[in-house]
Design a protein. Structure first.
Length: 340
């Protein structure tokens, strides 16, 4: 039996040396090492041997199996490499050619400007608050001093989902939600970045756009605090020579209210086509938080005051980078985006 085992080993090694494909190797493995293989069949006959012969035959069997498995592994590696080279040759791939470089991505200009705004206000001690984009009529309108049938709602005709549920028209609902959570704690200083929705669609308006709401609540906050904060913000965003102008306006949730203009970023306030030769560009709306909004949200309007403002990120971005059509910000045209 010992001689038979050595013959099987020699035959297997000879067959492996001649094998030309991985399929050939698998057939040889099954023929000699499989459940019905020649080596296996011989080992099953060891029961007929005398007890003193079994250790020697077992040792030879292990040596034969080990030599076959070693050669099988070696030939498998060689044939796999040959198969890989043939496949590359057939596919016409030249592995010595340099690879195709991957283009590095970049941040969208709206993301860049939003992060700049957040960085500025975080530096002033504000925190970032968030809220749902699908809102109730109560938070979007009524809690902000816009009761049903209020004429100011016409300016924010929007997308209603069902009943009193709608896509929010501004980030101001988070102002109310924040005050409800914090009342009567002071101070409250938050900014609220997020998407809002209105029925607008032209070169300067989009049915979906980004806003940043700002809110500060404390004792003895005045309109001067609002003016100082926004004046500093405008100079940070558009340069130290930027001037600000506050014009009386109307918003239901602030009183008094003001539109904020900045000196034209194109002509420096001298007057040009962009600013309609006025030297000023409208930039955002602001005002002191209306006492009714404070009361609805849980604060005593006799003890605390606050200011709020809301700005469109697209508007800031267009002025900052000289973009004349808002729609290019959403078209995902790489020729435009790669400029940033």
């Amino acid at each position: 039996m010992e001689e038979k085992l050595r013959n099987i080993g020699a035959e297997a090694l000879q067959a492996l040396a001649k094998a030309g494909t991985l399929e050939d190797l698998n057939e040889i493995r099954v023929k000699y090492l499989g459940k019905k293989g020649e080596l296996t069949q011989v080992l099953r006959g060891m029961g007929s041997l005398r007890a003193e012969e079994r250790p020697l035959v077992g040792q030879v069997a292990n040596e034969v199996r080990a030599s076959i498995e070693k050669e099988l592994a070696s030939r498998t590696t060689v044939l796999k490499e040959l198969a890989k080279e043939q496949r590359l040759k057939d596919d016409g791939i030249d592995v010595t050619l340099p690879g195709t470089p991957l283009l590095r991505g970049g941040k969208h200009p709206l993301s860049v400007v939003t992060e700049e705004i957040q960085k500025f206000f975080l530096g002033l001690g504000y925190s970032i608050a968030e809220g749902p984009e699908i809102e109730t009529d109560y938070y979007n309108f009524e809690a902000l001093n816009l009761p049903k049938d209020h004429p100011a709602r016409d300016m924010q005709d929007t997308f209603f989902i069902s009943g009193d549920t709608l896509l929010r028209t501004h980030t101001s609902p988070v102002q109310v939600r924040t005050m409800e959570k914090t009342a009567p704690e002071l101070p409250v200083k938050v900014i609220v970045p997020g998407k809002v929705y209105r029925r607008d669609d032209d070169a300067t308006h989009s049915p979906m756009f980004n806003q940043v709401e700002g809110l500060a609540i404390d004792r003895q906050i005045t309109f001067s605090d609002l003016k100082g904060t926004l004046d500093l913000f405008m100079r940070e965003m558009f340069g130290p020579k930027t001037k600000t102008r506050f014009r009386p306006s109307y918003f239901p949730f602030t009183e008094p209210s003001a539109e904020v203009d900045i000196s034209c970023v194109m002509c420096g306030g001298k007057g040009c086509r962009v600013c309609s030769h006025t030297g000023w560009l409208e930039i955002l709306g602001s005002g002191m938080v209306h006492p009714r909004v404070l009361e609805v949200s849980g604060y005593n309007s006799e003890d605390v005051t606050g200011f709020a403002f809301g700005l469109g990120v697209e508007r800031i971005t267009m002025l900052k980078y000289g973009i004349d059509d808002l729609r290019v910000l959403f078209e995902n045209d790489l020729r435009f985006l790669q400029q940033f």
